[in-house]
Design a protein around this ligand. Structure first.
Ligand code: BT5
Length: 272
C-alpha cells in the first residue's frame, strides 16, 4: 500500500456507530489525507438520505477514507469509490458494474422460460440486478475553505443469502454468493484502496481523464431508459452519458438533455 497516500494510516475498529460519522466526529482537523477507518460492525451504518446500511459483524467490508482535495471533485469522488470497488471485483472474478451514482451491482441471469418452438438457449435471457455494495460520500467546506470529504464504502463480502436482512434479501448479493467461496477481506480491502489511490491521483492530476472512460464502460445505467427519482420529481429519459464531473446526462423524450448530480435510479429497460 502507498506510504503517504490512501491507506497509509489504517485503523480497524471492532464496533462503531458508522465509520463515516466517526471520521467526522473524532478526528477533526488533524486527520491526514488518506486515513482509513474500517469497522467489523457498525451499529448505525448509513446510506444516503438517512437510509440504513445493513452489515452483520465480521462478514463485510465497511470503511471510510478521509480525502483532502485541492479542489472539490464533485461527483467524481463517488465515482472514484464505486469504480475502485468495481475494478477490484473484476480482478477477483466478479463481474461487477456501476449503477449511477453510487451503487455497485452484479447482474445475474434468470433462467429463461423457453418459448414454444424455441430452444432454451435461444430465448432472450433476462437478468436481474443485485446490489453488492454502495458508496456514501459526504463533503464539508472547512473554515479555511479547504474541502474535506469522507468517502464511505460498504461491500457485501462473505454473507450467505440467508444472512441478509429480509428487506434486502431479494435485492442484494455478496462476493461469496457469486463466487461460491469466501474471500479474504483484508486482501480485498487492500485491492480497493490501491485502486482508489490510483484513481484519486488521476482526479487530482488530470481531472479524472482515466477514470471517466472506465466509469462509462462499467456503467450499467448507460443505454437504459430510466426513471430518476429526485425527491421532488421523477424524471424519465435515456441515460446517455456521464459528463466530466460525473453527472448523468439524461435525454428526455423532448430531446432536451438534463445533467443530474444526484438521484435514485429506477431502471426500466435497455434501449439499443
Ligand atoms: C448506499 O446508500 O448504498 C451507501 C452505503 C454506504 C455504506 C458505507 S459502510 C462504511 C461507511 N459508513 C457508513 O455509515 N456508511 C458507509 P443508498 O444508495 O442510500 O442505499 C441504501 C439502501 O441500500 C438501503 O435503503 C437498502 O435498501 C439497501 N441496503 C442496505 N444495506 C445493504 C446491503 N448490505 N447490501 C445491499 N443493499 C443494502
Amino acid at each position: 500500500m502507498p506510504a503517504q497516500g490512501i491507506g497509509s494510516s489504517l485503523e480497524i475498529l471492532e464496533e462503531i456507530d458508522s465509520t463515516n460519522t466517526y471520521l467526522w466526529d473524532a478526528t477533526q482537523k488533524l486527520t491526514p489525507h488518506g486515513r482509513v477507518v474500517a469497522a467489523e460492525f457498525q451499529t448505525h451504518g448509513k446510506g444516503r438520505q438517512g437510509r440504513k446500511w445493513f452489515a452483520p459483524p465480521r462478514k463485510n467490508l465497511s470503511f471510510s477514507v478521509i480525502l483532502r482535495p485541492e479542489l472539490n471533485p464533485g461527483g467524481l469522488a463517488t465515482l472514484a469509490g464505486a469504480c475502485s470497488v468495481v475494478e477490484a471485483m473484476r480482478e477477483i472474478g466478479v463481474e461487477a458494474a456501476l449503477k449511477w451514482p453510487n451503487d455497485i451491482i452484479h447482474r445475474c441471469t434468470r433462467e429463461p422460460e423457453p418459448r414454444q418452438g424455441e430452444e432454451a438457449e435461444r430465448a432472450s435471457t433476462p437478468t436481474v440486478e443485485r446490489k453488492l455494495g454502495g458508496v456514501l460520500c459526504e463533503t464539508r467546506l472547512e473554515r479555511d475553505q479547504q474541502t474535506r470529504l469522507v468517502l464511505g464504502i460498504g461491500i457485501n463480502v462473505n454473507l450467505k443469502e440467508e444472512e441478509f436482512s429480509e428487506e434486502i434479501r431479494s435485492t442484494a448479493t455478496s462476493v461469496m454468493a457469486i463466487l461460491g467461496r469466501p474471500v479474504d477481506r483484508n486482501h480485498l480491502l487492500a485491492r480497493v484502496l490501491t485502486r482508489l489511490e490510483r484513481i484519486w491521483l488521476d482526479i487530482e492530476q488530470n481531472g479524472g481523464q482515466s477514470l471517466l472512460p472506465f466509469a462509462r464502460s462499467r456503467c450499467d445505467t448507460l443505454g437504459h431508459l430510466v426513471q430518476v427519482n429526485q425527491g421532488s420529481q421523477v424524471l424519465e429519459g435515456i441515460a446517455e452519458d456521464l459528463d466530466e464531473t460525473g453527472r448523468l446526462v439524461l435525454r428526455m423524450e423532448s430531446g432536451v438533455r438534463r445533467l443530474l448530480e444526484v438521484g435514485e435510479i429506477q431502471q426500466t429497460r435497455r434501449v439499443d
